[in-house]
Design a protein around this ligand. Structure first.
Ligand code: FRU
Length: 470
């Protein structure tokens, strides 16, 4: 595999060719992290959806595998999740060889064309050979449409109450709310409750929910609900909001009272967490689609479109004004470091295009200029209690009127202590204070970035050059 095309991400996952959107069905099994994804193998724009597939033993290096799930008589295969049915509740595997079960949305294009409202339903497929081959369940769909157009993106997890009684819980995006369903066996589903507080962000349709517990360093556990929305994100277009609260097996209640965004950049959408991560690992692992529906289908890449974000582990952090979910690049990324340099002064050159930078501000406000000799530049700035990234002169920008913009993120009460930046061939990811504030942004410089200029930043910083993964 060469992966040498212009803008081809060198340490982010992308399909070899053609269109990708949401990551789907992330599940860990026997030493492998599985990544499925919304895939259209016949074009570089969105179309009839399949589940593409890749595996990794370290979340960083990926092996592309054949398409896992194809459209069938019930429709195209939209987003969803995967679980390991350890107790063989479904009867589709055995206790010795539990089934890997994918739960996804069928989108029936015929029903849609006919103007029906019930063309999205939930189906399942299972694999008994570590995700290599899949069998579609004969009695699909397992959850029929109750008469609402947007009824999709099931994220399923096992939930055990304090007596140890367990059941499967499905979070489902239903137009402008999240509906929770329960099941003893992944085959029969019962409606439990809806969640849609009036103060949440409703600029667009709700998509790709995820419900999971997180525990902070004091041992306090909260349940987190992710809801991706498109449009209506803080930078326009798509983004992921989240709620901090409690889930009692039937109902999610939130203690948040304002919209929280997982990532304030323009390009992190539809991300959800891995299931079946071993307790001995204990991390909550996340990956997102590194694009935005505003321009995802017209970005200047060929013969593929879209990549995923860096894999991140999610942490619950208590702040003076409540809890937030921090996203941190997984530690496995550090294996890519090839050369580490202490750079002094406020201006230095980059000799490699794959870069990780660790910076410490020494003033209230700061500015980071990343540029090349062709005049392309990205400016990251903190001022007026906001973090800003300006990609208006970042290189190729005019494929979309929405792409060239300055994106602002409120710092809330965050006092910036450290800045970690990752530069790949067509992306910049900024992590403030170990991921308390994150901005993920696509950029298409006409030439690699070669210069860094700093203001308000300490004059001793760390620069790591990174290896590519392909
Ligand atoms: C989110 C989304 C999902 C849907 C999928 C279709 O980006 O719109 O709601 O299942 O993409 O590809």
């Amino acid at each position: 595999k060469s992966f040498t095309e212009p803008f081809r991400p060198q340490y982010h996952f992308s399909p070899e060719a053609n269109w990708m959107n949401d990551p789907n069905g992330m599940v860990y099994l026997d030493g492998e992290y599985h990544l499925f994804y919304q895939y259209y193998p016949d074009s570089t724009v969105w179309g009839p959806m399949h589940w593409g597939h890749a595996v990794s033993t370290d979340l960083v290096h990926w092996e592309h595998l054949p398409i896992a799930i194809y459209p069938d008589k019930n429709g195209w295969i939209f987003s969803g999740s995967a679980v390991i049915d350890h107790n063989n509740t479904s009867g589709l595997g055995s206790p010795q060889n539990p089934a890997m079960i994918a739960i996804f949305t069928y989108h029936d294009p015929v029903g849609e064309k006919e103007g029906r409202v019930d063309f999205q339903t939930q189906g399942i497929a299972y694999s008994l050979d570590k995700g290599r081959t899949w069998t579609v369940y004969a009695d699909n769909p397992v959850l029929k449409n109750p008469g609402i157009k947007d009824f999709r993106d099931p994220k399923v997890r096992w939930y055990a109450d304090s007596e140890g009684n367990g059941k499967w819980i499905m979070s489902l995006a239903v137009w402008d709310k999240i509906s929770f369903y329960s099941s003893p066996n992944l085959l029969d589903w019962t409606f439990e409750s809806d969640f849609n507080p009036d103060w949440a962000a409703y600029g667009g349709v709700w998509e790709c929910p995820d419900l999971f517990p997180l525990t902070d360093t004091d041992g306090t556990q909260k349940w987190i609900l992710f809801v991706s929305i498109n449009p209506g994100g803080p930078q326009g277009g798509s983004a992921t909001q989240y709620f901090v609260g409690n889930f009692d097996g039937k109902t999610f209640s939130t203690e948040s009272s304002e919209t929280l965004w997982l990532d304030y950049g323009a390009d992190n959408y539809a991300g959800v967490t891995w299931s079946n991560v071993p307790e001995s690992d204990g991390r909550t692992l996340f990956i997102g689609w590194m694009s935005n529906w505003q321009y995802a289908q017209i970005v200047p890449t060929h013969p593929w479109r879209s990549a995923t974000t860096l894999p991140r582990n999610l942490e619950l952090v208590k702040k003076d004004n409540g809890y937030l979910v921090a996203s941190r690049p997984v530690k496995e990324i550090e294996k890519l470091r090839t050369e580490s340099i202490t750079v002094s002064g406020n201006s230095f050159e980059l000799e490699n295009e794959l870069v990780e930078l660790l910076l410490s501000p020494n003033q209230e406000d700061f500015k980071i200029h990343i540029s090349n000799d062709k005049g392309d530049r990205v400016i990251i700035e903190k001022s007026d209690q906001e973090l800003k990234i300006d990609r208006t002169q970042s290189g190729f920008i005019d494929f979309s009127t929405e792409f060239p913009a300055v994106h602002n993120a409120p710092l809330h009460a965050i006092d910036v202590k450290n800045i970690r930046l990752f530069i790949d061939r067509s992306s910049i990811e900024i992590f403030i204070n170990d991921g308390e504030l994150v901005m993920t942004e696509l950029v298409f410089p006409t030439f690699p970035f070669t210069n860094v200029n700093l203001e308000g930043i300490s004059d001793s910083n760390t620069l790591h050059y990174l290896n590519g993964i392909w």
